[in-house]
Design a binder for this molecule. Structure first.
Ligand SMILES: Nc1ncnc2c1ncn2[C@@H]1O[C@H](COP(=O)(O)OP(=O)(O)OP(=O)(O)O)[C@@H](O)[C@H]1O
Ligand SMILES: [Mg+2]
Length: 291
């Protein structure tokens, strides 16, 4: 990994306003995290927010495929020392910034501490002014997923109407709450087939979390199961761009509008540098939250 302190330091002023970091996770695979991340990021971007979409799924990366981008370098190349982080930055559709991952590579948690540090420096040197960063996570509850969620200000947990989705979402929320000290989670129902289904899924999850966990769930809304979204995936475009009046697009714009209104938590959280710094201190943070 190239440590950016060794390269010519760019005299870029740090971004004055905090960057809002939103992590998207689910526990179960295939429920729609990447579709949500891509369309939420695109909708925020279309609404005038300077947005970066970060793919952290080093095992099964696919944001670049979903958006029809051809990355020359990915995060995996940064870790292998073949390039610097700024070389991975792609300008996607309508000015959306994308940092792609790479399929079949090592997991974030397998990286050495000095590589983590290098990544922190690399992110803090990215001289791209940002308002929002959307972080797409891998499935499961591996350490890397928990750490990215812990480092973000807001966590969106995506669920759909399958028993395994709800139990896996609960398992994820449980470890986030008990091991990583997360106290609030936004729940987004995906692929709903009728009005009311999303709220029912939320209520199911809420009943059990309020009984056993010290975490506040908020209902962010629902995205319908939408054939237009599948067609957009085939076209390698975000549905909000390819088919703006499709039901899923309308729902994504609504979610983006609500996400833009979230209040920033007090304190220094929010800078990308801070986000990255939190990524390298999961053990201390877990120890604190477990105490
Ligand atoms: N609202 C929706 N309507 C119709 N199809 C959808 C919807 N959301 C997701 N899909 C489809 O479901 C499939 C899985 O979606 P996606 O890749 O976003 O899930 P994921 O949670 O990121 O998966 P993984 O866990 O493998 O990363 C995709 O083929 C996508 O087109
Ligand atoms: Mg995915």
């Amino acid at each position: 990994m190239t440590v950016p302190a060794q390269v010519a330091f760019q005299a870029s002023a740090p971004s004055p306003a905090p960057v809002r970091v939103i992590a998207v996770a689910s526990g179960k695979g295939g429920v729609g995290k990447t579709s949500v991340s891509v369309n939420l990021a695109m909708a925020l971007c279309n609404a005038g927010q300077r947005t970066l979409l970060l793919d952290t799924d080093l095992g099964l990366a696919n944001i670049d495929v979903m958006l029809g981008l051809s990355p020359r370098f990915t995060l995996a190349d940064v870790f292998a020392g073949r390039c610097e982080l700024r070389d991975t930055l792609l300008e996607g559709p309508r000015g959306l910034w994308v940092v792609p991952a790479a399929s079949g590579k090592r997991h974030m948690t397998e990286l050495l501490p000095q590589q983590h540090v290098g990544l922190v420096h690399a992110f803090s040197q990215l001289d791209v002014p940002l308002d929002v960063m959307v972080v797409d996570n891998a499935a499961g509850i591996a350490d890397g997923v928990l750490t990215f969620c812990q480092a973000a200000q807001d966590v969106i947990v995506v669920v759909c109407d399958e028993p395994a989705s709800v139990t896996d979402a609960y398992a994820l929320i449980k470890v986030l709450s008990r091991e990583r000290g997360i106290t609030r989670v936004q729940v987004l129902a995906n692929q709903v087939q009728h009005t009311g289904e999303g709220r029912q899924l939320f209520d199911k999850l809420e009943r059990v979390t309020s009984k056993f966990l010290d975490v506040t769930l908020s209902y962010l809304g629902a995205i319908p199961r939408d054939e237009w979204l599948r067609r957009a995936v085939q076209r390698q475009e975000a549905v909000v761009d390819a088919f703006p009046s499709a039901p899923a697009s309308v729902a994504f714009r609504d979610i983006a509008r609500r996400a833009s209104q979230w209040q920033s938590p007090p304190g220094p959280r929010g800078h990308v540098e801070f986000f990255m710094e939190r990524l390298i201190a999961p053990t201390g943070a877990s120890a604190r939250s477990a105490a």
